[in-house]
Design a protein. Structure first.
Length: 152
């Protein structure tokens, strides 16, 4: 597997993702990526078994669902996404939303890099998700798509 490089940009579906701080920079404790969420974009609703995450909204307004809580986060707001709690974010607005995502431990940067290299091969995607402890949340995508007009 390739190794992410600082300031390298990859695309996760329609989401440009730039590696800002790597595990090599933090003794493996965390990694930081910057992401640009286009208008109408919904992140795949999921849950992590091995990683905690924090998002910081840099620009724009971001829809957030974590467990049973749902709200709109604005620029400057911090969003905690603990492991084992289902979560997703989306952009129901008309302007791009820029966020930082901090993942601990840092191994999630490798997941992002590997995911960006995948084509439509569902078997490879499923194996990658299993390796990094990521599973989908049934029903959330359909509900959020209907209510906010967003798409995966």
């Amino acid at each position: 597997m390739n190794t992410p490089q600082r300031d390298q940009q990859v695309h996760l579906g329609g989401i440009p993702t730039t590696f800002r701080a790597l595990g090599a920079d933090t003794s493996g404790t965390l990694s930081v990526v910057e992401q640009l969420v286009a208008p109408g974009m919904l992140f795949w609703p999921h849950v992590h078994t091995d990683h905690d995450q924090v998002n910081i909204v840099l620009d724009g307004e971001l829809g957030v669902r974590i467990g049973d809580m749902e709200w709109t986060a604005v620029a400057g707001e911090t969003i905690a996404k603990p492991r084992l709690i289902p979560h997703t974010v989306w952009n129901a607005g008309t302007k791009p939303v820029r966020i930082l995502e901090i993942s601990a431990p840092a191994t999630f940067e490798d997941y992002f890099l590997a995911l960006s290299a995948l084509g439509p091969d569902d078997d490879a995607r499923t194996e990658l998700q299993q390796r990094y402890g990521v599973t989908g949340v049934p029903g959330w995508a359909e509900d959020l798509q209907e209510r906010y007009g967003v798409r995966l």
